[in-house]
Design a protein around this ligand. Structure first.
Ligand code: ADP
Length: 322
């Protein structure tokens, strides 16, 4: 997977493809030719299709394995516990689509109709669409390169028939890859609409190696003008289900202050900590509804606090924009 150069000037910049940072980037020639600068007709298609979605929440992480898909799925489940709200979860983690398993719909088929691809419904108000539904074999994705991935993401964003949604949670691949550029370009590229928001939530673990990559992710968001509504620290301590003793398996560095310290440094809200809970891991593997099965667990309680932060931040954002 190709990654964005650290000092990428951005595809829309006059100097795209021409700066020293562009040397060696696989997109250099297309950026230098200016072809990436013109409006992509796909942007309009995506905007039209997603005009019925109120809040688009991109879930990002610097590294793989920090719990991004777990958090995305919990958020989709949690938001849909309000039966008045319609929620969708879109999994565009091309190289590791795990949402179908976590949501308990592994092996389901998606159908195409005149109005687009129909997502798979887990509940009446909770729809799932994953790149995993379309892969012949999980190994297929490995051979996909930039333009093909870009086309697939465009199709995903413009051809899924979600109907009216209050929230669309988008599980992205880790890091700052081609897919991120594509998805942000399509979601943010259209005309301003004060009644629709696109935001990001960043998931990390407390370790410094994870935080290092989160910084790159936050710099990326700044570069593409994607508002980050908060940082979530996952695998933050372990509360023994039997004796309730809390151990810090990955203690945050006292120098950086872990994810909370980093969020402060960047001026981004810290949404909270989600502890390690082996029962959460098991629920993800079996596709069970953790929040419904263990509502009083420390992880479920912490999650609800985090979700409230997400919801109130979205509500505030709407108020400010209006
Ligand atoms: P990512 O999407 O960032 O690659 P996943 O959500 O797939 O990460 O999580 C990686 C693994 O860690 C999965 O097996 C998942 O079940 C487990 N996991 C994630 N968060 C927790 C947690 N808080 N407690 C226990 N296991 C977790």
């Amino acid at each position: 997977m190709t990654s964005v150069p650290e000092h990428c000037p951005g595809t829309q910049s006059e100097t795209a493809g021409k700066e020293s940072a562009c040397q060696g980037c696989p997109n250099q020639s297309i950026c230098a030719s200016g072809a990436a600068r013109g409006p992509d007709p796909g942007i309009l298609l995506v905007q039209q299709r997603l005009s019925s979605v109120k809040h688009k929440i991109l879930i990002l992480s610097g590294k793989g394995g920090v719990g991004k898909s777990t958090f995305s799925s919990l958020l989709a489940r949690g938001l849909s516990s309000d039966s008045e709200k319609n929620v969708g979860i879109l999994d565009i983690d091309i190289c590791g689509p795990s949402v179908p398993r976590i949501m308990g719909v592994l092996g389901e088929q998606v159908h195409q109709s005149g109005s687009g691809w129909s997502p798979v419904y887990v509940e009446e108000n909770l729809a799932v669409m994953s790149i995993g539904f379309l892969l012949g074999s999980p190994d297929d994705a490995v051979i996909w390169r930039g333009p093909k991935k870009n086309g697939l993401i465009k199709q995903f964003l413009s051809e899924v028939d979600w109907g009216n949604l209050d929230y669309l949670v988008i599980d992205t691949p880790p890091g700052t890859s081609d897919e991120h550029l594509s998805v942000t370009q399509y979601l943010l590229g259209g005309s301003e609409d004060k009644h629709r928001t696109v935001v990001a939530v960043v998931v990390t673990t407390p370790q410094e190696v994870a935080l290092l990559d989160v910084r790159k992710e936050l710099d990326f968001c700044k570069k593409v003008n994607l508002p980050v509504i908060g940082v979530v620290e996952n695998m933050s301590g372990f509360i023994c289900p039997k004796c309730k003793f809390q151990s810090d398996i990955f203690p945050p560095s006292t120098v950086s202050g872990g994810a909370e310290g980093m969020a402060k440094e960047y001026g981004i809200p810290f949404l909270g900590r989600l502890p390690l809970d082996p029962r959460l891991g098991q629920s993800c593997d079996s596709g069970a509804h953790f929040l419904a099965e263990l509502p009083d667990s420390p992880a479920a309680k912490s999650f609800h606090h985090i979700m409230q932060g997400v919801v109130s931040s979205l509500d505030t954002k709407m108020d400010v924009d209006e």
